[in-house]
Design a protein around this ligand. Structure first.
Ligand code: FPP
Length: 247
């Protein structure tokens, strides 16, 4: 039986977040430069976006570029920026056809031409009701938390918010990523076991799934396998197993 056939459609995670890792090592294994790995990584993005829609996932967040990635060699950074721009342009028609809504999450520190293309993609897909594809770009979890604190402090300083009212729910509502639910499942490829400053706030109770597969090799079945694995876990949210079973 395929993993796809093993999925229980009633318990598909509504939000899956992915740390797409291993492009560089994949390229090196082929004797190619790192950018070739990123290019093949785009193929995996396409496959996984389609697979997520088929499985009934509502939100798919991809860590495409972290704030720390700015420290990579300039040629790799500019290659990635142009790859992102050309990919969004070449894929936009397909995304619209498939009713996908594109959202960008990050500090906005991107080249102007890329920013325009991304804003156009967000705008053209804003009323779509299918999968929400969130691209985390120039993103880090600590940036997002600090940005939220800034927004709340700003509102309080203007007199629009009583600091006493700040609790977890209010904090979450001020976050740049407040449009999405917390991910039930976080996947990281390439055999690295780190969160790397990804969705720090939102992954408090996420199930983590790690695979040795390098991102450019990641197939639809790999996503389905992760979903099946998730469906075999017991999510206790700090309670006991007995409490969960009698709920
Ligand atoms: C991590 O592999 C990957 C990245 C930093 C970039 C991910 C970007 C893409 C897959 C391309 C475009 C994406 C979209 C959304 C269109 P790495 O370079 O850290 O690999 P390594 O750990 O083997 O060096």
């Amino acid at each position: 039986m395929t993993y796809k056939e093993q999925i229980d459609p009633a318990r598909v995670p509504s939000h899956i977040a992915i740390i797409m890792d291993g492009n560089g090592r994949w390229a090196k294994k082929q004797g190619s430069v790192r950018l070739v790995g990123h290019k093949f990584g785009v193929g995996s993005v396409r496959r996984v976006t389609e697979a997520a829609q088929i499985a009934g996932v509502k939100f798919l967040t991809l860590y495409a570029f972290s704030t720390e990635n700015w420290n990579r060699p300039a040629a790799e950074v500019s290659g990635l920026m142009s790859l992102l721009g050309s990919t969004i342009e070449s894929e936009i028609a397909e995304l619209i056809k498939n009713n996908v809504r594109v959202k960008i999450l990050g500090d906005g520190r991107l080249p102007e031409s890329l920013r325009k293309k991304l804003m156009a993609a967000e705008d053209k897909t804003k009323d779509n009701t299918g999968l929400t594809l969130v691209l985390a770009l120039s993103y880090s979890g600590r940036w997002e938390i600090a940005e939220t604190a800034r927004r709340i402090a700003d509102e309080a300083a203007k007199g629009g918010l009583n600091p006493e009212k700040v609790d977890e729910e209010l904090f979450a509502s001020y976050m740049p990523g407040s449009f999405m639910p917390d991910p039930e499942l976080l996947i990281r490829t390439s055999g690295e076991y780190r969160i790397s400053n990804f969705l720090l706030w939102q992954t408090a109770y996420s199930e983590f799934y790690f695979t040795e597969t390098l991102w450019p090799d990641f197939q639809a079945e790999d996503l389905y396998k992760a979903i099946v694995d998730y469906q075999h876990r017991e999510r206790r949210f700090g309670m006991t197993s007995e409490q969960i079973q009698t709920k």
